[in-house]
Design a protein around this ligand. Sequence first.
Ligand code: NAD
Length: 500
Amino acid sequence: MCHGNESIMESKRVIERELKNMRDYFKSGKTKEASWRECQLQGLRRFLIEREQQISRVLLQDLGKHPVEAFRDEVGTVIKSINFALKNLREWMSGQKANLPQIALLTSAEIVPEPLGLVLIISSWNFPFGLSLEPLIGAIAAGNSVVLKPSELSSASSSLLASGLTQYLDNKAIKIVEGGPDVAQQLLDQTWDKIFFTGSSRVGRIVMSAAVKHLTPLTLELGGKCPALVDTLSSSWDLEVAVKRIIVGKYGTCAGQACIAVDYVLVERRFSSTLVELMKLWIKKMFGENPKETNTVARIVNKPHFFRLKSLLASAEVQKSVIYGGSIMDEENLFIEPTILVDPPLEAAIMTDEIFGPLLPIITVDKIEDGIEFINCRPKPLALYVFTKNKELQRRMICETSSGSVTFNDAILQYAADSLPFGGVGGSGFGSYHGKFSFETFSHQKAVVRRSFLTDFWFRFPPWTPNKLLLLQVAYNYDYLGLLLVLLGLKRPSKPISLF
Ligand code: NAD
């Protein structure tokens, strides 16, 4: 017991010492240099290129990800984001001009982004590289010192990040700390200038209460249930495209263990059997008759998650709704076959909790518009997918529902867009990143005003008189020309100006 306490105290001392060194390094101004930021981003890219095969191997080990899926989600997309950041970095850093009210005569203003300082990134296991490195790109681009703690559940990936990636980066400013909740807790006890968390809402609450203690700004990238609403698509081509995109956005994305994977499908009752038949066909075409043998569906991350998913199907009521798959569940290999359910009970855990696995409920409604009410009765999703050509339905989905993003006629695609903010709303989190939004998430937008000594309006200084009030009212209501005309008596104020 005594030894335990001593070792906790010792590791606390080590963390504090390391963080002090990182703060001192940040204060030296090194991380603010554009060339330093570029050099780190280039190092990150070299790591991904030179260690691609190793990354693929550890992802196979941690999650059974097929190398193509591993490249798509954890290497290719991150290289694309680095290239985008490198291309735009100097422009982002240069800030932007801002307009001022005319009362501030001979004044210029600009918004200058400045790094926040020492930031903490805590990430999740399902995309151990993607979800660690995407925020890291933003933190580096913005000129911060960074501590990254990957998830302990994808341990081979975490260890490659800690031992491999650090060889490509300036370790005085960027550190990777491995460990589970206890290590995360020790880190959260420290003072940070920003915390960026990806994970569950349960742990998100713990992180938020730690941030509150020091008033630390926080981004929470959480999860939830992402619906896909499928309108009655009359063209067989459109339907086939929709089905292929839903299947890859579920079973072909870490076996549905993705925050933006399709969680359930909403469809009109009369159309559901057509949709389901085509889904069965395309699951077989994409993953083979025996997906376990083809190794094209990723594995469940660990036994607790395997049993959690198994238990979602356990009740007799839910079992009755399984119309495809649901029987091959290999505990040894942590494999669950792609499974489809039609209308499981809405109060069952499979419909109240985030599924995070290869089980896909199809929920039937009388009219597709009823899907809006269905979605609005539940927590706000991180992503909403709508397959329709109906412009009025598209308009209603945008205006009448709330979600982190809405994607029409595809799934997952929005994640790869550098031009779009990625993040949740309500229960799915707050704050956003990707592209310039990542840079802004890790920056403070500093307002800078430059004033000339030359001239001023006399009426902004006391002693106050009724005339000065009149002139202030005019000054705030008109542009320069209008103000000049009023002052010269050539224009009457358009609305009566009261003196008191
Ligand atoms: P998690 O919350 O269990 O773990 C996330 C991180 O928090 C890990 O690094 C873990 O070590 C740490 N952690 C765990 N317990 C902690 C504690 N008590 N105190 C401090 N830190 C602790 O989540 P997970 O299982 O890794 O991920 C699954 C969840 O994350 C799902 O809900 C999913 O939707 C969500 N998610 C969201 C996004 C997104 O971008 N919005 C991406 C991936 C996953």
